[in-house]
Design a protein around this ligand. Structure first.
Ligand SMILES: [Zn+2]
Length: 162
């Protein structure tokens, strides 16, 4: 079928949650289903820190000093230490398990960042919360293995650590 491809999302951005913006599933998303492909202009980490307070921005690392300054709605996904979605390649967000409509979609920011200077406080309130979100090296071994086995690591993290 020919025509202009228009992306339809199975989520919407809402405001006013305890963490501010959040992305909520509007339809059931099945395990392994692609939720969206992240996009935005390229930025260095230094430029990123000059532009944002750490809790405002959300960079996606592509190479050592090459990040994507995620645009709306991609920047609106919150972190969780026990997420229902993961990131692979250079920003493909997919479901780690079935996500029912109405549930917030989250991923683990630490699976996308390889820079020890990057840290933010975590307020995900999950049982396994690490309290401080650091880069990939800060993630406990068994959690890293869970993401690796489920294909929930970016190309940069795989090339750097595996
Ligand atoms: Zn947490």
């Amino acid at each position: 079928m020919e025509g202009i491809f228009t992306q339809t999302f199975k989520f919407k951005v809402i405001n006013g949650t305890p963490l501010g913006r959040a992305c909520i599933a509007t339809k059931e998303i099945i395990k392994s289903e692609i939720i969206c492909k992240f996009a935005g202009p390229k930025i260095s980490l230094r430029e990123f820190f000059d532009k944002y307070d750490i809790n405002d921005g959300n960079p996606l690392q592509i190479t050592d000093d090459n990040y994507i300054d995620l645009i709306v709605p991609y920047v609106c996904f919150n972190h969780s230490c026990e997420p229902n979605a993961g990131i692979r390649n250079n920003g493909i967000l997919f479901a780690l398990r079935n996500i029912p409509a109405g549930e917030e979609i989250t991923y683990d920011y630490s699976t996308t960042i390889d820079d020890v200077t990057w840290q933010m406080e975590c307020m995900c309130k999950k049982k396994g919360c690490r309290k401080v979100i650091g880069d990939f090296q800060s993630v406990p071994h068994e959690v890293k293995e869970y993401y690796r086995k489920n294909g929930a690591l970016t190309t940069h993290i795989i090339q750097t650590y595996y």
